[in-house]
Write a protein that binds this ligand. Structure first.
Ligand code: SME
Length: 166
């Protein structure tokens, strides 16, 4: 997909997400909405969803709202791409998951992946947002920038006053 088309699709998704989330405080409802609207907006999104930091086990991720085939239920911090994003607090872009040590293959058809940390208004890590594609090299810095902006607008500002992303 051309950079211009990516920008156009992300910009439209960001506007739709901000409009739908306005006034909705529940974080699971917000996660479900973000996963749905992004997976509909970007044709190369094969698996799209959240792994949440488990309140009972703060060094473990547990599955949250997602769109796609069956996802693994739990991922310890430090394992796989999601665990690396949670442990480091940094976005992970993996062009070829077969080359990533410890990658967790929930669906063996996934070939590339991006995982973005999600923080609340106090800056605490609450989840990671994971997208898998069937093709190698689907994700780049443009995806990372847009996803970081959309996730920040959706989860890092008070729910009563949602900011517009994009
Ligand atoms: N591939 C991920 C696991 C989650 S799924 O793909 C849904 C990882 O290695 O973190």
């Amino acid at each position: 997909m051309s950079p211009e088309e990516k920008d156009a699709r992300y910009a439209e998704a960001a506007q739709n997400i901000a409009a739908v989330l306005a006034g909705e405080p529940d974080p699971i409802a917000r996660m479900a909405t973000v996963a749905c609207l992004l997976s509909q907006a970007l044709p190369y999104y094969f698996w799209t969803g959240f792994y949440r930091v488990d309140a009972e086990k703060p060094d473990e991720l547990v599955i949250g709202p997602y769109q796609g085939t069956l996802g693994c239920l739990r991922i310890p911090f430090g394992r796989g791409v999601c665990g690396a994003a949670a442990a480091s607090g940094e976005t992970q872009i993996v062009a070829d998951v077969h080359a990533f040590p410890g990658h967790i293959a929930c669906d063996s058809r996934s070939r590339s992946e991006i995982v973005v940390p999600v923080r609340d208004a106090r800056g605490r890590l609450i989840a990671v947002f994971d997208v898998d594609s069937l093709e190698v090299g689907s994700f780049d810095e443009r995806d990372a920038d847009w996803l970081q902006r959309i996730l920040e607008a959706s989860f890092s500002v008070p729910a009563s006053a949602p900011a517009e992303a994009g």
